[in-house]
Structure formats: structure tokens, C-alpha cells
Design a protein around this ligand. Structure first.
Ligand code: UGA
Length: 435
């Protein structure tokens, strides 16, 4: 059993804390936001993740998982202190803003006692480990510590699944002693996944290089989808054919409205900035960023084009979250597509089974909000699917046709059986094939 303090209780910190407690470690999660810690101490989760609640309650009950706003009490006894605070994009430079990381490093430094490993879980630019090390050393010259990079590869919505079933565990280290402590922490995964112990700067790069590659993969299939539509091919068949080559792999070849979320847009931008900083421009990533943005604007216009004969017509939007299974709207393609449509129409009604509240704080009164699919689609001239919620797969087409003013569907997640939709009398557009 190790004693672990985790600074930051967001989408990375909280599931990691719960997972590590479940593996038998004594975990204390720290956050500055008192309200969050109060809720967690009352047994209430502050974010939704499949499977999280059960493990959270179990480990709180057994005393293996604790929450506090007091960094000192969490850090002074810890064998490992993990930094899992946000690294949001700087509004102007688009570089990762490290102010929370540096502030946390400075604060925790004061309370280190005995040998402690400080592990950076947040996604941080290359060289941040060196900076964190320097800050801790400056704040507390007597501290006995090492800084490691411990990148996180969890997906939102699957955080608990991914925690217990990682493809790999990457440890970026500069000291054998620190590496040994982390190998002990991750001992339960020996034989279950690959371990990669590398230079700290390599580890920091692996995280960005992986996210940027996945973003490029999605962008690639999105471009192929446009090509297939024009050339009379079917992108689903093309993706399947490509994915059967094990060198390419079948995952992340689903075309859609563009990638979004709190990671890919932020990390591709940060990586592109790092490329510039080191004098090695990353052209593929730069193009991906620009074209992913253009795609969302083009989709907005594509929807608008479907109501060109009656421009005041109602647009029903189904799906606001950046992907299915989450209430998160940060950098959601759906939001950007809506923002484009707002330039042409004020008659937009939106629906999402989980993300309505989060969307409201971004879109305010520029659109109307619906509590049900039926409410969104009643009297609509077109319905557009932007997030892959299972509910949308099961749309009752007869009912939908009876309530819509004109039966038109734009399915930007390829959720529906197009042939069936057309049989029901709809005009139908999807991604990567023309029907
Ligand atoms: C992503 C990575 O997948 C994780 O490995 C990583 O740890 C995480 O970022 C992070 O850096 O924290 P996440 O942002 O939760 O995870 O979401 P993904 O499931 O990767 O989806 C990202 C976006 O790509 C979504 O908008 C999704 O709809 C889109 N996408 C994904 C596609 O359009 N097509 C696909 O085939 C896959």
C-alpha cells in the first residue's frame, strides 16, 4: 500500500483517485474549490462517469479514499503526489497555460517530508517536469523528491474502464528511485499491459504525439468521407477495409462532424505551438486544426442549405455533447456548428439527454431548449444529429414524420439506417455516402 495525494479532482484526478484506492492505496484527493470537496465528503460525485459512483462510495466507506482542501495534510505523509490540475489553452497563444501546475508545485513543495515522488498526470508541454522540479527546489531547498511524468490516457465516459484496462503505462523518469516507486504503484497491472519507462521529456511528448495522431486519424477519415460522398464510394466500407490492416487499425475511423472535447483541440494546438517553439513546424497537425475548424462551419452551412426555400424554418438539433456518454460540451463540434447556423437562423431548438445544462451556459438565449426529442422536432423543417447518443439510433421514424413540418434528416454521426429512413419518406443526408 502506498500513500497517494492527488491535486485536482477533475475528469483525470477523481477517477484516478478512485481507481488507485480500489487497488489498495491510501488516497487523499485535494481541491481548492471548497464546494466540490464538501460535496465529495457528503458522498456526492461532482462529475458523471460510468461505473465511478459504486467504486467511489465503496472506497470512501472503507476509508481508503478521502477528500480535503488542505494540501498540507494530504502531502506531508504521501509517498506520491500527483498533479492532476487543468492545463487550459492560453486564450491568445493557444499554448497550454501552466499557471495551475506551477501554483500547485509551489504550494506542495512547502509540505514535503521524507522522500516523495511528484508525478505529473496533467497534460503538460515538454520540459514542464524540469520547471516543476526547479520550482519545488527553489521553494523548499531541503526537500527530498523526484519529478516524474505519468501521462494519462483515459477517455471521458470510459475513465473507469480505461483505468483498469490500460493499453500501456508510461513512466517518464530521471531517477531510478522514483521509477521503482511508480512500478510498485502500478504493480497490479504487471502482465496485463505494456510498461514503458522512458526519459521524462519523451513521456511528455508521447502524450501530445498520441492525442495529435488520433485527432489526425479522425480528420483523415473525415476528409475521406467527403471524398467518398463526391466519388460515389461508401466511407463505412472504406474505413472497414482500411481498418483490417493491423498497421492502420479499425479504431478512430468513424467519420463525423469533426473532433472536439477538452483534449484534442487543446492538445493539437499546444503541440503545434511547441513545434514552432523548437523550430520544427508540425504541418500535419497545423492543417488538421485548421481543417477541423472549417469542417464544422461547412456542416453548419450544409444544414442551412436544407432550408433555403424557407429560411425561417425550424432547425431541430439532436445532440450537444462533444461525444456520446458525457454531459461535457467543451469544444463540442455541435456547439460550433450551432454557432455557425445562428448566423443565418434564430429558429433553432436543441436537445441532448445529458448536456442541456452545460450547453445553456454557452449558447444562452441564442437557441431554444427542448426537454424531449419530440419537443425539439415538432414543426421542424430539418432535424440534425450531432452527437452519437444511443437514443437517436432508436428514433421512431413514423412518429417523427408525423410531427415534423418537412421530413428531412441530416445525420452527421451516421446513426441511422439511411435506406430505412428514406423508405419512411424522409430526405436524408449522412457522412461519407450519398443515398
Ligand atoms: C481523448 C483520448 O482518446 C484519450 O486517450 C485521452 O486520455 C484524452 O483525450 C485526454 O487527453 O484526456 P476524449 O477527449 O475523452 O479522449 O474523447 P475521445 O473519445 O477520444 O473523442 C474525442 C473526439 O473525437 C470526440 O469529439 C469524438 O466524437 C471524436 N471522434 C472519436 C470521432 O469523430 N471519430 C472517432 O472515430 C473517434
Amino acid at each position: 500500500m502506498l500513500k497517494v495525494a492527488i491535486i485536482g479532482t477533475g475528469y483525470v484526478g477523481l477517477p484516478t483517485g478512485v481507481g488507485l484506492a480500489e487497488l489498495g492505496n491510501q488516497v487523499v484527493c485535494v481541491d481548492k474549490i471548497e464546494d466540490k470537496i464538501n460535496k465529495l465528503n457528503q458522498g456526492k460525485l461532482t462529475l458523471y462517469e460510468d461505473g465511478l459512483e459504486e467504486l467511489f462510495k465503496k472506497n470512501v466507506k472503507s476509508g481508503m479514499l478521502k477528500f480535503t482542501t488542505d494540501t498540507k495534510s494530504a502531502v506531508e505523509d504521501a509517498d506520491i503526489v500527483m498533479l492532476a490540475v487543468g492545463t487550459p489553452p492560453h486564450p491568445i497563444t493557444k499554448e497550454a497555460d501552466l499557471k495551475y501546475i506551477y501554483a500547485a508545485a509551489e504550494e506542495l513543495a512547502k509540505y514535503l517530508t521524507g522522500y516523495t515522488v511528484v508525478a505529473t498526470k496533467s497534460t503538460v508541454p515538454v520540459g514542464t517536469g524540469d520547471e516543476v522540479e526547479a520550482i519545488i527546489h527553489k521553494t523548499n531547498p531541503k526537500a527530498d523528491f523526484d519529478v516524474v511524468s505519468l501521462p494519462e490516457f483515459l477517455r471521458e465516459g470510459f475513465a473507469i474502464h480505461d483505468f483498469f484496462n490500460p493499453d500501456r503505462i508510461v513512466i517518464g523518469y530521471e531517477s531510478e528511485k522514483a521509477k521503482e516507486v511508480l512500478l510498485k504503484l502500478y504493480q497490479p497491472f504487471v502482465g496485463k499491459c505494456q510498461f514503458l519507462c522512458v526519459k521524462r521529456r519523451s513521456s511528455e511528448t508521447i502524450k501530445y504525439a498520441s492525442n495529435a495522431f488520433l485527432a489526425m486519424k479522425i480528420h483523415y477519415i473525415n476528409e475521406m468521407a467527403d471524398f467518398c460522398e463526391a466519388a460515389g464510394a461508401d466511407v463505412r466500407e472504406v474505413a472497414k477495409g482500411m481498418g483490417l490492416d493491423s498497421r492502420i487499425g479499425a479504431k478512430f475511423l468513424n467519420p463525423g462532424p469533426g473532433y472536439g472535447g477538452s483534449c484534442f483541440p487543446k492538445d493539437t494546438n499546444a503541440m503545434a505551438q511547441m513545434g514552432k517553439k523548437y523550430g520544427t513546424p508540425l504541418h500535419l497537425i497545423e492543417t488538421t486544426i485548421a481543417e477541423n475548424d472549417n469542417r464544422k462551419a461547412r456542416i453548419g452551412q450544409r444544414v442551412i442549405a436544407t432550408i433555403k426555400d424557407h429560411p425561417q424554418g425550424k432547425i431541430a438539433v439532436l445532440g450537444l455533447a462533444f461525444k456520446g456518454g458525457t454531459d461535457d460540451c467543451r469544444e463540442s463540434p455541435a456547439i460550433d456548428i450551432i454557432k455557425e447556423m445562428i448566423k443565418y437562423s434564430r429558429n433553432i431548438m436543441v436537445y441532448d439527454p445529458k448536456a442541456l445544462e452545460n450547453a445553456k451556459s454557452i449558447l444562452n438565449n441564442t437557441v431554444h431548449y427542448a426537454e424531449t426529442i419530440t419537443e425539439a422536432c415538432s414543426g421542424a423543417d430539418v432535424a440534425v444529429i450531432l452527437t452519437e447518443w444511443e437514443d437517436f439510433k432508436k428514433l421512431d421514424l413514423d412518429h417523427l414524420k408525423s410531427i415534423m413540418k418537412s421530413p428531412k434528416i441530416v445525420d452527421m454521426r451516421n446513426m441511422l439506417n439511411g435506406e430505412d429512413v428514406i423508405k419512411h419518406g424522409f430526405q436524408y443526408q449522412c457522412v461519407g455516402r450519398k443515398l
